[in-house]
Design a protein around this ligand. Structure first.
Ligand SMILES: *Cc1c(COP(=O)(O)O)cnc(C)c1O
Ligand SMILES: [Zn+2]
Length: 444
């Protein structure tokens, strides 16, 4: 299919169309070969970024029209870091290319006539944006010839690792901090991963997992494979712009935890500009965090370049990272793009979930509720013109977190008998509606 494949000598490993050329340190600019197993700069300790040959990528991109490309995570494979086609194939083709939905009912509620939702609550295989990033980690693991993968997780990395490792046929070990939705840990075990809950919060578990990785040589999806993991997040930006017929939106609003997604949306938008595929410079990125864990939002609002770590205290467990590794990159991305940040309390987060559910029929988890609640606040603060194109990313699925939702009114058990059912129906009709409850909470 590709020129590269055609030139591959018999017996050699088939190459993808990836145009990755190496790794570079975010801070000091030191360069390392793509094949190296370094994940942090030996000189300054900062993270590494994958770099590409964009001229080559633009040429390759022209060769295969979009309509002939797979509608999955590998759609833009030129700008992804995986070069070994067999590793890519073993990871499979499920993840990515989620729907971009015109959200007319939520838009009317908020006063936005061009509101879209990037619905990663339906991302395959595990119903969150983490399927994008973990796909890259698992593919990279296979490129290295390894058959075991670990991860530390606020919830969704674990289920993504469990599912994608199962598909690739490698063993998965998931380390969870102990205060987490049980459902996510149980889903990991149900997918065949070995699950371990450790005392402490995510930041503590993350530090220990890094030591564990060093002590054992086992790769961790979001630690030792981090430069590759992060590249998967760009695919959300590529898809959004392509789904808008290559007209980049005026605004993207998304939740931030470690900061991978929000910082790599910036990188992805920049790459589309470099390749001449779309004018993306006007796109602002706004981030949403829970009030109980908002170190990046706080730094952005104070215009500080570095994040001051906090101890998380929030119902949005998947966003509970108090010391976000990519925080400084998010600050840079948001400020460069003229975006902003907001945060929402736990009751506002659940009202955000309710508002999205009752207007668009999408059940999201607290991370998505945070995004919707902050979107509402940004509208109220006059951040958008009414006809701006605004994309909110719904990063996770509420079926995984229902145990945590405040209980909704639930009909008592009644006789299976017409009169009793008529009475019950009348009671249900006079009960308050979900959309009214959400409205009362969000704009009292
Ligand atoms: C991990 C996660 C995020 C935030 O991701 P980062 O890239 O770490 O900032 C947002 N939403 C959900 C549902 C997540 O699981
Ligand atoms: Zn460095």
């Amino acid at each position: 299919m590709s020129t590269q494949t055609a030139q591959t000598p018999p017996g050699a490993r088939q190459r993808t169309r990836s145009c990755a050329t190496g790794l570079v340190c975010h801070r000091c600019g030191n360069r390392y070969p793509l094949q190296d197993s370094v994940f942090a700069c030996p000189d300054c300790g900062k993270g590494l970024d994958v770099v590409y040959d964009y001229e080559l990528a633009a040429r390759y991109f022209e060769e295969v029209p979009s309509s002939e490309r797979p509608r999955n995570i590998w759609h833009f494979e030129e700008l992804l870091p995986i070069v070994d086609a067999s590793a890519q194939a073993r990871v499979g083709l499920h993840a990515g290319y989620t729907p971009l939905i015109k959200a007319d009912r939520l838009g009317a509620e908020l006063g936005l006539s061009n509101l879209y939702l990037k619905d990663d609550s339906t991302c395959r295989p595990s119903l969150s944006y983490k399927d994008r990033v973990v796909s890259m980690s698992v593919a990279r693991l296979l490129e290295r010839g390894k058959e075991e993968i670990g991860c530390v997780s606020t919830g969704n990395v674990g289920t993504a690792v469990a599912a994608l490792a199962a598909k690739a046929g490698v063993d998965a070990y998931v380390f969870y901090p102990n205060r987490l939705e049980d459902m996510k840990a149980r889903a990991c075990a149900a997918l065949g991963a070995k699950v371990c809950q450790v005392e402490g919060n995510y930041d503590e578990a993350n530090r220990r997992c890094r030591e564990l990785a060093e002590a054992t040589g086992m790769d961790f999806a979001n630690i030792t494979l981090r430069p590759f993991y992060a590249e998967g997040a760009k695919t959300a930006a590529f898809e959004i712009v392509e789904q808008l017929e290559w007209r980049a939106p005026d605004h993207i609003v998304t939740a931030a935890a470690g900061g991978t997604l929000s910082s790599r949306l910036h990188k992805g938008l920049g790459e589309l500009q470099l390749m001449g595929l779309s004018e993306t410079e006007q796109t602002r990125i706004h981030i949403a965090q829970p009030s109980g864990c908002n170190p990046i939002a706080t730094a952005i609002l104070a215009e500080e370049a570095e994040v001051h770590p906090v101890t998380p205290e929030t119902a949005a467990h998947s966003l509970a990272i108090g010391a976000p590794g990519d925080g400084y990159l998010v600050i840079d991305a948001v400020l460069k793009r003229g975006g902003t940040a907001g945060f929402a309390s736990d009751p506002e987060i659940f009202a955000g979930i309710d508002l999205l559910a009752s207007t668009e029929g999408i059940l999201t988890e607290p991370a998505g509720g945070t995004t919707v609640a902050v979107l509402e606040k940004l509208v109220a603060a006059g951040r958008f013109a009414p006809d701006d194109t605004v994309v909110a990313i719904i990063t996770g699925n509420g079926l995984k977190t229902l145990d945590d939702h405040p209980p909704k009114p639930w009909p008592a058990k009644i006789e299976c008998e017409l009169d009793a059912m008529l009475t019950a129906l009348n009671e249900l009709k006079s009960a308050g509606s979900l959309i009214d409850q959400a409205r009362a909470q969000l704009h009292p």
